[in-house]
Ligand binder design. Structure first.
Ligand code: 4AD
Ligand code: MG
Length: 465
């Protein structure tokens, strides 16, 4: 007999039909004569209720069916009299695949803290919360591919091992096969990377953008969607050392079209969540964030506020003058902290914000330089509760200007000769951005710590599992 997925079984109304379901026991309760097993197979947030005639199976046989055990149940679909479910299964046969000793199985009772669940990341997908979050993670990945595919973008794979630092921020994890106990150095004390696997110093990528640009300059519209790595030592609820990024790159786009793409993209994903993840959203909203669904609807139905960095700084300076206290100072030229971004979004505009035209000193070398000589055509999308969710820009398409800026910022141009050549051969205006996948997930799930929206978070001092 083929197994029925519990999400499917719960939708059926052909009462009397025989089914086979398999899953993990959430709870077992009952009395002398009858047991009620709440069974979950991860296909949806809901359990199916299995009703067991104790006498038929015998108390000894049923005893190991405790929370966490894995069983297969054959039985008949019956219209349920109990509230909270429309259908239940009256068991005719039960096979026990694996028991879970009640003395040691950690997920006995409800109401574990998220901190505790992080310590048992190997088991937390079995909780309602993480089932919901990881199902939504899947749905967001689907939405992202559909959005771009529907618009004629090609999914382009960029390398994970790389010899160039796209963001030039020096936050790269080095990759080597050299014996660290026996490192050969030359007369100047430098390590001789010509002996290393790739014959040069290599790292894990911080962004697929540079290679993505090469593809856009041939295929028109592309996007990447892959893991990226940053060795930034920031232990915040919004930073991971390993996170997933989506980076569209479009030939002939100017920054205005790039901003519109970013808005359409996020709105599409959020609408997808509202349309396809209703049960999980309802659960997460009730558990963690009562305003979650309202906030998602708001984002779908309202344009993002666009303004320049300079205008943003003015608003923040006026706020400070009016008595608002920030931990970090505000002033033209300084990078915005998450508290500043959130002030603009949550207090001032009360909607998502796209800030553009940042000072060139605080942005990467590849951004298109404005005529004022001071700012670049950058755009950051700022979101409630999150701060920066997207970072992007129009790219500098002029060879000489790009090379000069790379030199000024200490980006070794010998490593990116291939990138510079796109400006030498058939250059064109183009733009793109990067969306942090886990930041999007924070927004759509209402979770408040980024460690809780990725199955196995990598953060400073934490690489367990
Ligand atoms: O602003 P970032 O650094 O931009 C880039 O990497 C560009 N190359 C993107 C591009 O234009 N193609 O990063 C982009 C986004 C951020 O807005 C944020 O959402 C996310 O990536 N991000 C992180 N997410 C989790 N943990 C971290 N440590 C992150 N650093 C950036
Ligand atoms: Mg950024």
């Amino acid at each position: 007999m083929v197994r029925t997925i519990i999400a499917e079984a719960l939708k059926r109304s052909d009462f009397g039909a025989e089914v086979l379901v398999k899953g993990w026991v959430r709870t077992r309760r009952g009395n002398k004569t009858v047991s009620f097993i709440a069974l979950n197979d991860g296909s949806c947030i809901h359990n199916i209720q299995v009703v067991v005639d104790n006498e038929k199976f015998g108390e000894e046989y049923l005893k190991p069916i405790t929370t966490g055990a894995c069983i297969a149940v054959r039985g008949n679909l019956v219209e349920s009299m109990g509230k909270g479910q429309a259908v239940e299964i009256h068991a005719t046969a039960i096979e026990i695949y694996g028991t879970a000793d009640p003395e040691s199985y950690p997920l006995q009772k409800k109401g574990h803290t998220l901190e505790f669940l992080r310590e048992i990341a190997h088991l937390r997908p079995r909780t309602n919360t993480f089932g919901a979050v990881f199902r939504m993670r899947h749905h967001m990945a689907m939405a992202i591919h559909r959005f771009f595919h529907e618009r004629g973008f090609f999914y382009f794979h960029t390398p994970i091992l790389t010899a160039s630092d796209c963001e030039g921020a020096g936050q790269m994890f080095q990759v080597t096969t050299m014996n660290l106990y026996d490192l050969k150095k030359d007369e100047t004390g430098s390590i001789d990377y010509s002996r290393d696997f790739f014959g040069k110093q290599t790292s894990l990528t911080v962004s697929g953008q540079l290679e993505g640009e090469l593809a856009a300059m041939a295929m028109g519209s592309i996007y990447t969607f892959g893991p990226t790595f940053r060795a930034e030592n920031s232990n915040t609820p919004r930073h991971l050392a390993e996170f997933w990024m989506i980076e569209p790159e479009v030939a002939f786009y100017e920054i205005e079209e790039n901003m519109q793409l970013a808005q359409d993209f996020i709105q599409y994903c959020v609408r997808w969540a509202l349309d396809n993840c209703q049960d999980d959203l309802k659960f997460l909203s009730e558990m963690y964030d009562k305003e979650l669904i309202d906030r998602l609807n708001f984002v779908v139905n309202n344009d993002f506020q666009r303004l320049t960095y300079t205008e943003g700084i003015k608003i923040l300076e006026e706020a400070v003058a009016g008595g608002v206290k920030f931990e970090f100072p505000v002033g033209w030229g300084t990078d915005l902290q998450s508290e500043h971004e959130r002030y603009l979004v949550e207090q001032h505009f009360k909607k998502p914000v796209i800030l553009t035209d940042y000072p060139k000193e605080i942005k990467s070398f590849y951004m298109k330089q404005n005529d004022d000589g001071k700012t670049v055509r950058a755009m950051d999308v700022l979101f409630p509760k999150i701060g920066e969710i997207i970072g992007g820009s129009q790219r500098e398409e002029d060879y000489a200007k790009l090379q000069r800026r790379a030199d000024e910022m200490g980006v070794p141009t010998k490593d990116i000769w291939w990138y510079l050549e796109t400006r030498k051969f058939g250059t064109a205006p183009h733009s793109g951005f990067g969306l942090g996948f886990e930041r999007l997930l924070l927004f759509v799930t209402g979770m408040s710590n980024i460690r809780d929206v990725i199955p196995f978070p990598r953060t400073p001092n934490n690489a367990e599992f």
